[in-house]
Write a protein that binds this ligand. Sequence first.
Ligand SMILES: C[S@@+](CC[C@H](N)C(=O)[O-])C[C@H]1O[C@@H](n2cnc3c(N)ncnc32)[C@H](O)[C@@H]1O
Length: 349
Amino acid sequence: MAESTKSGTSGVSSSSTASKPVDDDRFTFESVLDDSSHIEADSIADFREEFGRTYHSYRAGSYYFPNDPTEAERMDEQYEIIKVIMDGRLHLAPFTREKYPRKVLDIATGTGLWAIEMGDEYPDAEIVGTDLSPIQPPFVPPNVRFFVEDSDYPPSEFDLIHTRVTIGCWADMKKEIIARAFHHLKPGGWLECQEVPGMPHCDDGTMPPDYDWLKWTLELYNSSRLANRQVDVGEQLKDWMREVGFVDVHEAVFKIPLNGWPKDTRLKHVGMLWQRNLLDGLQGFSLGFFSKHLGKTQEEIEVSLVDVRRSLFNRKIHAYHKLYVVYGRKPEGAATAPEAEVGGDTGEK
Ligand SMILES: C[S@@+](CC[C@H](N)C(=O)[O-])C[C@H]1O[C@@H](n2cnc3c(N)ncnc32)[C@H](O)[C@@H]1O
């Protein structure tokens, strides 16, 4: 985590209030960093190219999945699918329009849809979204701002901190996100993590050990361990929150079918959307990890993905992912965690 600045906010702002537009068509930036940590806006938008895809340039190499329009579109669809799964709710933490969170942080906001919809839902709240990539839309509600950074915020600042589908982002989510969130939440504030671990599940024995999607997932887990990036975060979240000091920790688990295998119409619909989303993401999820940590060429990876893709069409296999929505409260009167406990390995190379 970079050091807090005097203004208490570090990073490169891309807010709708940005005062220094660079270009009408491109994302615009306004640096709010102090001189010691100034980041050139241009270099942040100058994405790295590899495998015919683009990747973030701020803290380059820290995140292995692409940030190009193909991936942005996939993220937007993923957002809509999770919204359907959660019956349109943006969060399960106990906020309402009457008792709304005044200041909200969305870590690793991606294309920023959650932050934008939170801004609409709570017009008097201030919503901040951060990401390594400036891929958020330029026109957003006036109470929503985006920053390019990984995680640098003032202590005891937020009423709600949120993460969603951040697999592959962290070396140690408990240390880097949950302990830090405790530090940066106001007493009484909530942390909500909505995470989908990569491992598929099956309740009726129809998923064989040689199911190609399962084999691919095991390869993903293997390569992510070598990359020092967690892709299996979900089940541990409630324990991590309690260990860090959160109270009133709740967990809700939703099933996301890997394709349209369920009989139930709603789940079938969700499964068909999820299947398309996985197919759209598969190449991007594989290229960085498999080439850099399993020593595979792009061609070898592409060839191996043919069977993986095909396996995802098999409706006789009743596999599903789990969406974990876990939320907990920082106790009233809790001391902010000492800095020593909130530091951590960002896993950056
Ligand atoms: C799969 S996307 C999810 C985005 C969003 N939360 C959503 O639900 O659509 C993960 C995002 O995490 C961002 N990311 C990865 N490592 C990060 C870090 N250290 N700090 C901030 N953002 C990070 C990536 O740039 C990417 O946009």
